[in-house]
Design a protein around this ligand. Structure first.
Ligand code: PRX
Length: 650
C-alpha cells in the first residue's frame, strides 16, 4: 500500500462501539473470552470443537511439529454430516438451507431435508463412477445449488474436492486438474454472468485435451437443451440422468480429524498455483465457531455471503461454516450490476437479508455508482455487515456503514487467507469497538505478531511483517505434492512461525491495520494473483521477449495490473498489440488477470544479478519519485523508462 494511504489510516480516529442493544443479544459479549483463550488456547479450541458432532472424540488436542500441526487427534467426524444430517434430526429439517437466485431470474429454495436427499443421491452417483475415499474430484461450476451439493457429496464419501472458479480459463483448469490428478470433473453446460453465457463445458472440453487423469465428467444442465453442450460419449454424463436412478441413502464416511477435506488452488509468488490442503476436524472447528461469533449468526437469520464458491470465502463462509451452524444462506449466481446496479439491494430487500458479507472492491463500486441504488430498496432487515479480501479504505467503510448499514449495523472487517482456512483478525461485534479501516483484534485463540526483518516485534504504530506465532485448528496442513515449497514460502523467514506475506501495523489500542502484500502477490478485486503468473502468460505470446508485471493502485479494484513489456524484433508496438496481449492473458488465466495497462519498453531496470526491480517500476507507475537506484546495473534504464511512462498514460 502507498505511504500516503498508510498515513491516512493511522490518522483515523473514529471509533464505533457496539450499541447496548446489539451487545445484549450478541452470541458472545463478554470480553473475558479473550483472556480465557490466551491463558489456555488448547482448552479454548477444544471447547470450540465441541460445537461439532463427532462420531468418536479426539484423545489429544494438538500435536505440533512445526510446520506440521495435527488437531483433535483420534477424532472421527464427517463434514457433510455436520452441515446437513445433524440438522435434519431437529426442527431445522424443514428450514431453508439455501435460497438461490439466478442471474437471469428464477429462484430455488432447498431445505435441509432437500439438501440431505440430494447430497446422498449425488454421493451415490460419485460412488457409481468409481470415486473412493481419498480420490480427488474437480468441480468447475456456476454458483447454483448443485455446486454446494457436489461439494458436500464429496465430503460425505471422503473424496477431497478441488473447486476451480468458473472464471478461470481452460488452461488454468487443466493445470489444477493435473496437479491434483483428479479422477472426476463436475461441471455444467454453462452459467450466466452479466447477461452473457459462460461456456463452462466448452472450456472444460478444451482443458480435458490436456488433463488425462479425468475419467468421467458429470454435466449439470443449467442452460437447457437449446444450448446443446457438446458431450463426449462414454466420458460425459448428464447430472439429471445419473440422479434419476441414484439410491436415496448414502451413509457418511467416518473421517479422521486429519483426513483431507479439500484442496483449493491459490496464487503464490511463483507462476505455479499452490494446492492448499485443509483437513476435516480443525478446519470445521475454525469455520463453525467463527461463523457463529463473528457474524453473530442466529437461527432466524438470513445470511448472505456474496463470494463465489470458487474462492476460500465461499468454501468457509457460504458452505462449511454457515451450514454447520444450520443457517439459511442466500446464494446469487451473477453480477451486482445486472440487469441494473441495484441488484444486490433488490436481493437484500426481497429475502430480508440480515447479515451481508462482501468485499471492499464491491463496496467501492457501489460508492461510485451512487447512493440512489441502495436508496431504492428497504434495507432495514440488515443487522450486521462484513468485509473481506483486501484492506478497506476508511471512506468505503464509512459509506458501507451509512448507506448500507443505516448507521446501525456493526461492520466486521475480517482478515484471513486461503491458508488460514478461517477468519483470524476481526472484531467480535458484541465486544469490540470498530475503527474504519482496521480489522481490529485477533480472534480468541489466534496469536498474530508484527516483526521486522530480524524477527523482533516492531512496536506500536510501526509497519512490519504479519506473522502467526502459534498453530490454530483451521491452518493449512501443507501444499499438495510440494512440502518443500510449503516450508520455503511460509516457514523459512522465521523459525516455527507462520509468515503471512502481509504487512501490518498495530496501534496503541492493540488494533491491527493491514497494509497489503509484501511479496510478489497482487490483490485484484480481492482475488490473489502472482505477478509471475501474469508474466508467464505474457511471455507465452510470440511477440513478447520479456515482461515485468506489478500491482498498481486502482480506485475500484484496490490493485490493478500494469505490465512493462519488451517486444521481439519484427513486431510493432501499437494499440492492437496491446489488446492482443491482454486477450492472451485472459485466455491463459482468466478475465480476472487482464492487465489494465501495458507499456512497451526497450529495457527493464535490473540489479547487477539480473533481478527485475519491481519496486522501481511501482514508483514509476504510481508517479512517485524513484527510490534507491544504487543497486541497478544501469540507472539510465529506469530514468528513460520514467520519462517515457510519463508521456504514455493509457
Ligand atoms: O493480503 C491479504 C488479503 O487477502 C490475502 C488472502 O487472499 P486469499 O487467500 O485469496 O483469501 C481472501 C479471502 C480470505 C491476504 O494475505 N486480505 C484478506 N482479507 C483482508 C485482506 N487484507 C486486508 N484486510 C482484510 N480484511
Amino acid at each position: 500500500m502507498r505511504p500516503t494511504a498508510i498515513d491516512a489510516l493511522l490518522q483515523e480516529t473514529r471509533v464505533f462501539p457496539p450499541s447496548e442493544e446489539f451487545k445484549k443479544q450478541a452470541n458472545v459479549n463478554d470480553p473475558k473470552i479473550y483472556e480465557e483463550a490466551a491463558q489456555d488456547y488448547l482448552a479454548f479450541w477444544a471447547r470450540c470443537a465441541e460445537m461439532l458432532d463427532w462420531f468418536e472424540k479426539w484423545h489429544t488436542v494438538l500435536e505440533w511439529n512445526p510446520p506440521y500441526a495435527k488437531w483433535f487427534i483420534g477424532g472421527k467426524l464427517n463434514a457433510c454430516y455436520n452441515c446437513v444430517d445433524r440438522h435434519v434430526k431437529t426442527w431445522r429439517r424443514n428450514k431453508a438451507a439455501l435460497i438461490w437466485e439466478g442471474e437471469p431470474g428464477g429462484e430455488r429454495v432447498l431445505t435441509y431435508s432437500d439438501l440431505h436427499r440430494e447430497v446422498q443421491k449425488f454421493a451415490n452417483v460419485l460412488k457409481s463412477l468409481g470415486v473412493r475415499k481419498g480420490d480427488r474430484v474437480c468441480i468447475y461450476m456456476p454458483l447454483i445449488p448443485e455446486v454446494v451439493i457436489a461439494m458436500l457429496a464429496c465430503a460425505r464419501i471422503g473424496a477431497p474436492h478441488s473447486v476451480v472458479f468458473g472464471g478461470f480459463s481452460a488452461e488454468a483448469l487443466a493445470d489444477r486438474i493435473n496437479d491434483a490428478q483428479a479422477k472426476v470433473l463436475i461441471t455444467a453446460d454453462g452459467g450466466y454472468r452479466r447477461g452473457s453465457i459462460v461456456p463452462l463445458k466448452r472450456n472444460a472440453d478444451e482443458a480435458l485435451k490436456n488433463a488425462p487423469s479425468i475419467e468421467k465428467v458429470v454435466v449439470y444442465q443449467r442452460l437447457g437443451t437449446d444450448y446443446n453442450a457438446p458431450m463426449t460419449p462414454g466420458r460425459d454424463l448428464w447430472w439429471h440422468e445419473l440422479m434419476a436412478n441414484a439410491p436415496l441413502v448414502c451413509e457418511p464416511e467416518p473421517m479422521d480429524s486429519e483426513d483431507l477435506l479439500y484442496l483449493l488452488y491459490t496464487s503464490g509468488s511463483t507462476g505455479k498455483p499452490k494446492g492448499i490442503m485443509h483437513t476435516t476436524g480443525g478446519y470445521m472447528t475454525g469455520v463453525t465457531v467463527t461463523t457463529k461469533w463473528v457474524f453473530d449468526l442466529k437461527d432466524e437469520d438470513v445470511y448472505w455471503c456474496t463470494a463465489d464458491v470458487g474462492w476460500v470465502t465461499g468454501h468457509s463462509y457460504i458452505v462449511y461454516g454457515p451450514l454447520a451452524n444450520g443457517a439459511t444462506c442466500v446464494i446469487y449466481e451473477g453480477a451486482p450490476d445486472y440487469p441494473d446496479r441495484d441488484r444486490f439491494w433488490a436481493i437484500v430487500e426481497k429475502y430480508r437479508v440480515n447479515i451481508l458479507y462482501t468485499a471492499p472492491t464491491a463496496i467501492r463500486a457501489f460508492m461510485k455508482w451512487g447512493e440512489q441504488y441502495p436508496k431504492k430498496h428497504d434495507l432495514s432487515s440488515l443487522r450486521l455487515l462484513g468485509t473481506v479480501g483486501e484492506p478497506i479504505n476508511p471512506e468505503a467503510w464509512m459509506w458501507y456503514h451509512e448507506h448500507i448499514g443505516g448507521g446501525r449495523c456493526p461492520i466486521v472487517d475480517t482478515w484471513w487467507q486461503t491458508e488460514t482456512g478461517a477468519i483470524m483478525i476481526t472484531p467480535l461485534p458484541g465486544i469490540v469497538a470498530t475503527k474504519p479501516g482496521s480489522a481490529t483484534r485477533p480472534f480468541p485463540g489466534i496469536f498474530p505478531e508484527i516483526l521486522d526483518d530480524a524477527g523482533n516485534p516492531v512496536g506500536i504504530d510501526r509497519g512490519g511483517y504479519l506473522v502467526i506465532t502459534k498453530p490454530w485448528p483451521a491452518m493449512t496442513r501443507g501444499l499438495w505434492g510440494d512440502p518443500e515449497r510449503f516450508k520455503q514460502t511460509y516457514w523459512s523467514k522465521y523459525e516455527g512461525i507462520y509468515f503471512t506475506g502481509d504487512g501490518a501495523r498495530r496501534d496503541s489500542d492493540g488494533y491491527f491495520w493491514l497494509l497489503g502484500r509484501v511479496d510478489d502477490v497482487i490483490n485484484v478485486s480481492g482475488h490473489r494473483l502472482s505477478t509471475m503468473e501474469v508474466e508467464s502468460a505474457l511471455v507465452d505470446h510470440p511477440a513478447v521477449a520479456e515482461a515485468a508485471v506489478i500491482g498498481v493502485h486502482h480506485e475500484i479494484k484496490g490493485q490493478g495490473i500494469a505490465a512493462f513489456v519488451i517486444i521481439k524484433e519484427g513486431y510493432t508496438a501499437n494499440e492492437s498489440l496491446k489488446d492482443a496481449l491482454k486477450q492472451h492473458v485472459v485466455q491463459k488465466i482468466g478475465a480476472i488477470a487482464r492487465p489494465d495497462q501495458i507499456f512497451f519498453t526497450a529495457d527493464l531496470p535490473k540489479t547487477r544479478s539480473g533481478k527485475i526491480m519491481r519496486r522501481l517500476l511501482r514508483d514509476i507507475a504510481e508517479g512517485r519519485a524513484l527510490g534507491d537506484t544504487t543497486t541497478l546495473a544501469d540507472p539510465a534504464v529506469v530514468q528513460a523508462l520514467k520519462e517515457k511512462y510519463e508521456g504514455q498514460e493509457e
